[in-house]
Design a binder for this molecule. Structure first.
Ligand code: PLP
Length: 384
């Protein structure tokens, strides 16, 4: 059988009957919008993560957007985040008329570098782009929040990030789209900041059969805001609108499918550790290959197993020749994307992100990847 980048078939075979039963349950009660499966999913995932409030929504992007809307983010607000992420992280900031202020990543974890974060905040406070690159229009911005991204499944350095945020009066929104199931110190991902957002896009660690997402917070006030934002800014009822909101609901059918998938999710997180461990052993000594680094006290959800090499293209070609798919996350940092041209950042503003984007690529990664396939992948890489 061919090696899949992310194999959703094996998983489906394991839980096929439960998925069908859950779907049939929804067809029977017919509550396609906000049916009982929505509440059940929110309760189960909230308990797993260890936060008081979990609110399902239509996608990871909406989860991020709704979190920012709950904080009332808008024009004049600076939101610090990394340029080495999926575009959605920064896109939601721009959608609200606020401005992403990019901060380079740590070369080992690929997550936002707390030292650079401090410099960026100071540069903005002093209105001095010589201290740290700032976006066009920085003179009119005030620091408001930080969006660390738990890239490839590993939590960012929240001890330091939260400390910086507290000292500066900023909120922290955890982009946990890739890290649901990860751990940091004694906590689960999605419980590491003031508010967190995750995604159920099919390729994410807990993926559904379509789009979906969830917001997590311990803050009662934010939770009230989120509930309203999710349904067009509703007040006491649907036709009483007290703020501008969106249609951000998760479908009942999607929740029913996710419930079946969540049954085996903790076990899949364990399996992912084994698969990653095997890759590490097979590739650690390979010439010119940088394996993933997982920080002390951290457990990755292994959304991706990403390695670095100067011979990226040759390796990808050799693997492709053997029918093995790979992918590049991310080939171009956000500050160099046309969509962000308006911020007028320049090449070499964020050198770590730029350098890594030229060397990084991801190997097939899923809980059911077989040892023999991994050995074959490693063999091909070593031969290049
Ligand atoms: C996937 C992803 C998102 C967006 O999630 P969707 O469910 O696709 O909207 C946001 N941030 C990061 C880091 C992601 O990987």
């Amino acid at each position: 059988m061919a090696v899949q980048f992310i194999d959703l078939k094996v998983q489906q075979e394991r839980i096929y009957e439960t998925i069908l039963e859950n779907i049939k349950g929804v067809l029977k009660h017919g509550q396609y919008i906000m049916g009982p499966e929505i509440k059940e999913l929110e309760e189960r995932l909230g308990r797993y993560v260890g936060v008081r409030h979990a609110l399902s929504c239509a996608s990871g992007t909406d989860a991020l957007l709704m979190a920012l809307m709950a904080y009332g983010v808008g024009p004049g607000d600076a939101i610090f985040t990394t340029p080495f992420t999926f575009v959605a992280t920064a896109e939601v900031v721009s959608l609200l008329g606020a401005t992403p202020v990019f901060v380079d990543i740590d070369p080992a974890t690929y997550n936002i570098d707390p030292a650079h974060l401090q410099e960026a905040i100071a540069a903005l406070e002093d209105k001095d782009p010589k201290q740290h690159p700032l976006p066009k229009g920085y003179e009119h911005l005030s620091p408001k929040g930080i969006i660390p991204v738990d890239l490839f499944g590993q939590a960012a350095d929240y001890d330091r990030i939260n400390e910086i945020a507290t000292s500066k009066g900023l909120f922290v929104l955890e982009d946990a789209a890739q890290s649901f199931g990860a751990q940091y110190r004694d906590k689960q991902a999605c419980a590491l900041a003031d508010i967190s957002a995750t995604s159920f896009f099919p390729a994410k660690p807990l993926g559904g059969y379509g789009d979906g997402g969830m917001v997590f917070t311990d803050d009662d006030g934010l939770f009230e805001q989120l509930k309203s934002v999710r349904v067009h800014g509703q007040g006491t009822d649907k036709y009483n609108n007290i703020r501008i909101g969106i249609n951000g609901r998760c479908d009942t059918l999607q929740a029913a499918i996710l419930l079946a998938k969540f049954d085996i999710f903790p076990e899949e997180i364990e399996l992912r550790q084994k698969v990653a461990q095997r890759y590490n052993e097979l590739l650690r000594t390979a010439d010119g290959i940088t394996c993933p680094f997982v920080a002390e006290g951290s457990l990755s959800a292994w959304a991706q197993y990403s390695i670095q090499s100067d011979k990226r293209t040759e390796i990808q070609d050799a693997l492709k020749e053997a029918g093995i798919p790979t992918a590049i996350y991310y080939p171009k940092p956000l500050h160099l994307q046309d969509a962000y041209g308006y911020l007028e950042y320049k090449k070499s503003d964020f050198e770590v992100s730029e350098k890594i984007s030229e060397r990084i690529f991801s190997l097939p990664m899923h809980p059911y990847l077989r040892e023999g396939d991994q050995a074959r992948i490693a063999e091909i890489i070593r031969n290049v």
